[in-house]
Design a binder for this molecule. Structure first.
Ligand code: NDP
Length: 279
């Protein structure tokens, strides 16, 4: 019997934690299956897809930088979420052999968020205008949120994101990152989410002083290396609730795991998985 297998592709790829996550779940469930990694350069992407269409047992792949957009025209169809985000992070080979592009980053981001109260007029403050921010906007809309203040260094890029399909279901105000903070007299945000690479190892921290923000602010950092970013450390010191980057990483992987292997990820072991990912 052919063992089902999947993999993550990117350039570079050594840093990906996906093989650890999927391998852990397969092992915990006692299921046969394999999840590897493949280094695919941009010039080899079309050949990679053509070869995998025929590969025995191949269920699909996760897609990381720099292929999330370039892979889209090579596939047979896209889910609505992939269209809305404008990027694919999971490719699944269907029963008929066709390749369907999904985006599990948006639901992976949203998984840890509460649903919006119907009467909420508090905005979410989101920093960034790249791929992670795009997924976060779709995730916020899926949870029923409507108002977003979008901060980015390159303001024109943020304006473009606000006008895109990802921003279409939201009421978005764009601000320069230098103005990060609750504006006097305005309704205070309920969420501050970082979707930039600020705070990553070797990068400067998010330039924010949390002292003027509300005590009940939820602070979400998508960066997971390090897991305790300066932003999260400052929020915890202020007694604020926080969500770290592994929540999204594990959440999006669980969706892909179900699509590849037809199995529900055993999330009761999240604590053990987190320990494995941070050692
Ligand atoms: P992109 O390259 O698409 O976007 C990068 C973003 O960071 C842009 O908004 C950019 O601003 C901003 N930025 C970078 N350097 C600076 C700086 N020095 N000062 C101010 N802003 C800066 O990256 P992604 O959106 O794909 O990823 C962003 C982060 O999210 C990464 O840390 C990534 O690891 C993380 N991520 C985490 C996931 C998870 O599962 N936890 C999933 C996906 C991403 P500008 O537009 O002005 O250049």
């Amino acid at each position: 019997m052919t063992i089902p297998w999947a993999e993550v592709i990117g350039d570079p790829i050594a840093q990906s934690k996906s093989p650890i996550v999927h391998g852990f779940w397969l092992e915990r469930l006692g299921q046969s299956g394999d999840y590897g990694r493949a280094h695919v350069r941009p010039e080899d992407l079309a050949d990679y897809i053509a070869a995998r269409r025929q590969a025995e047992g191949w269920r699909g792949c996760n897609v990381t930088l720099p292929h999330k957009i370039a892979i889209m025209p090579l596939l047979d169809d896209l889910t609505d979420a992939a269209r809305e985000v404008g990027a694919v992070n999971t490719v699944v080979r269907q029963a008929d052999g066709s390749l369907l592009g999904h985006n599990s980053d948006a639901p992976g981001f949203a998984e840890a968020l509460p649903m919006a109260h119907a009467d909420t007029d508090r905005p979410a403050a989101l920093i960034g205008a790249g791929g992670a921010a795009r997924a976060a906007l779709v995730g916020l809309a899926s949870r029923g949120y409507r108002k977003v203040i979008l901060y980015n260094r390159d303001e024109a890029r943020a304006q473009e994101l606000a006008r895109s399909a990802a921003g279409a279901r939201l009421d978005i105000a764009v601000r320069p990152i230098a103005e990060l903070g609750p504006a006097p007299g305005s309704v205070a945000p309920w969420l501050l989410a970082n979707a930039t690479s600020l705070g990553m190892t070797g990068q400067p921290p998010v330039p924010v002083d949390l002292s003027g923000w509300p005590d009940d602010l939820l602070v979400y950092d998508m960066v997971y290396a390090p897991l305790e970013t300066p932003l999260l450390a400052a929020a915890r010191a202020r007694g604020m609730e926080t969500i770290d980057g592994l929540s999204m990483l594990i959440g999006q992987a669980a969706i892909a795991f179900l699509l590849f292997f037809g199995l529900t990820a055993p999330r009761v072991h999240d604590r053990e998985l987190r320990a494995l990912l941070t050692t």
